[in-house]
Design a protein around this ligand. Structure first.
Ligand code: NI
Length: 159
């Protein structure tokens, strides 16, 4: 496994639409492992493949709970319900946080890394994370939809 370079604010690739995954092959499994490692390295709760420069519809999410990292290949949001106003950040926009409106619940379908089509009903933080990462696959970033006046810069902690 390897840490991959993060694509950051201003990188044009973040505005591009990612392509459907057709084959879950060894190369894809390596990408997934690297994405999980990269997300953990930067303490993120989610990462889309485009953020490491790969335009494939793959996301990983880890809420650091007992579900462990979840891998979503070709995710589709089927249904949304309600709204929540939430604080959000993104590994491609380091040290910047802002409020956004997200659905409170989503139902999503995706293929797992074993190739099985799955369905998940997600609430709160997981719903937020799925929406944020699926946006990345469509070339959208949270900064485009923040509630005006809520952007904050947080100084990184010194190591
Ligand atoms: Ni992000």
């Amino acid at each position: 496994m390897a840490i991959r370079n993060l694509r950051l604010e201003g990188d044009e690739i973040l505005k591009k639409k990612s392509r459907e995954v057709e084959n879950i092959d060894e190369k894809l499994q390596i990408l997934i492992d690297d994405m999980i490692e990269t997300m953990h390295k930067y303490n993120g709760v989610g990462l889309a493949a485009v953020q490491v420069g790969v335009l494939k519809r793959v996301i990983v999410i880890d809420l650091y709970d007992d579900k462990g990292p979840i891998v979503f290949i070709n995710p589709v949001i089927i249904k949304t319900k309600g709204e929540q106003e939430v604080e959000e950040g993104c590994l491609s926009f380091p040290n910047q946080f802002a409020k956004v409106i997200r659905p409170e619940e989503v139902i999503a379908e995706y293929t797992n890394r074993e190739g099985k089509r799955m369905r998940v009903k997600a609430k709160e933080l997981l719903a937020q994370a799925i929406c944020h990462e699926v946006d990345h696959l469509n070339g959208e970033v949270f900064m485009d939809k923040i509630i005006p006046g809520t952007l904050e810069y947080v100084e990184p902690e010194k190591e």
